[in-house]
Design a protein around this ligand. Structure first.
Ligand code: NDP
Length: 274
């Protein structure tokens, strides 16, 4: 079975560099998808309160027969719940739905800067971390100016910043800031929701290595050093997306993929949400 590299976080905990995203998987199909992922060798599942499938994630893990400690699970507080007390309530509800006593990683899902509550949300995450109920805490969709404000006003550095990242949007500025401050960058929609996979450059690089465009993109993200969480409900693709450790992209491939940057997002700009 594939051995997935681990990334050591700034609090000393380790996260598998490749995980399985479950956004848009209906709750009733989630246990099966999670089981397929665990059978394929994934040991890291990325969910969120907003996805409405945390119960399915917990059930899939329990049905796998694996020890809880063998699977790294992330969840997130949705931006409408940003704020100190509402985040504490949301955290409790996530744990209850998952059926866990602790979670490996809990994130602020979006800074939602207009409502101006992400600093107090972060203080709630610091509290559940101090209580030992969230082993690690981090953020998602933070621009560097949001991270700079957290650094000015709070004492804990997020372990990860989970942002949209794929060849159209390689996020060099965010990655540079994160790296300089001990924050691991995590790529959401790493396949640009599947939309990038017909790109002729990716098809050419894929055929050169005898792999698929999705495998090229995931491999590129791993070689950038970011954590990556592709989603699929197709068992063949679930297996394919983890089978990315038997080839390496060379300098020519990396240059060709770098030329695909357009800045195009599949989701919202974090300053425009909330
Ligand atoms: P992805 O970039 O992972 O793309 C998923 C899409 O690509 C699906 O339509 C899937 O189809 C298709 N696909 C997957 N593998 C292959 C393959 N090998 N060949 C062809 N098509 C493929 O999109 P997501 O938006 O789901 O992002 C991944 C995860 O990131 C989410 O599930 C979630 O956990 C997280 N996320 C976090 C966000 C945040 O704000 N923090 C925002 C969005 C996502 P099919 O399922 O039919 O196989």
């Amino acid at each position: 079975m594939t051995t997935i590299p681990q990334v050591t976080l700034n609090d000393g905990n380790a996260i598998p560099q490749l995980g399985f995203g479950v956004y848009k998987i209906p709750e009733d199909q989630t246990p099966e998808a999670v089981l397929a992922a665990l059978e394929a060798g994934y040991r890291h599942i990325d969910t969120a309160a907003f996805y409405g499938n945390e119960r399915g994630v917990g059930e899939g893990i329990r049905r796998s027969g694996l020890d809880r400690g063998d699977v790294f699970v992330t969840s997130k507080v949705w931006w409408t719940e940003n704020g100190y007390d509402s985040t504490l309530r949301s955290f409790d509800a996530s744990l209850e739905r998952l059926g866990f006593d602790t979670i490996d990683l809990f994130l602020i899902h979006w800074p939602a800067p207009r409502s101006d509550k992400y600093v107090e949300t972060w203080r709630a995450l610091e509290r559940v971390h101090e209580e030992g109920r969230a082993r690690s805490i981090g953020v998602a969709n933070f621009h560097t100016h949001h991270l700079e404000r957290l650094a000015r006003e709070t004492a804990t550095v997020p372990v990860v910043n989970q942002v949209e990242l794929h060849p159209w949007l390689p996020q060099a500025g965010v990655r540079r800031y994160d790296a300089a401050h001990g924050i691991a960058t995590e790529a959401w929609s790493p396949l640009a929701r599947g939309r990038i996979l017909q790109d002729p450059t990716l098809e050419r690089v894929a055929s050169k290595h005898g792999v698929t465009p999705a495998q090229v993109v995931i491999r590129w993200e791993l070689q950038l050093g970011v954590i990556v969480i592709p989603k699929s409900t197709t068992p063949e693709r679930i297996r394919q997306n983890i089978d990315v450790f038997g080839f390496e992209l060379d300098g020519d491939d990396l240059d060709a993929i770098a030329a695909l940057e357009t800045g195009e997002r599949t989701g919202k700009d974090p300053d425009d949400l909330g």
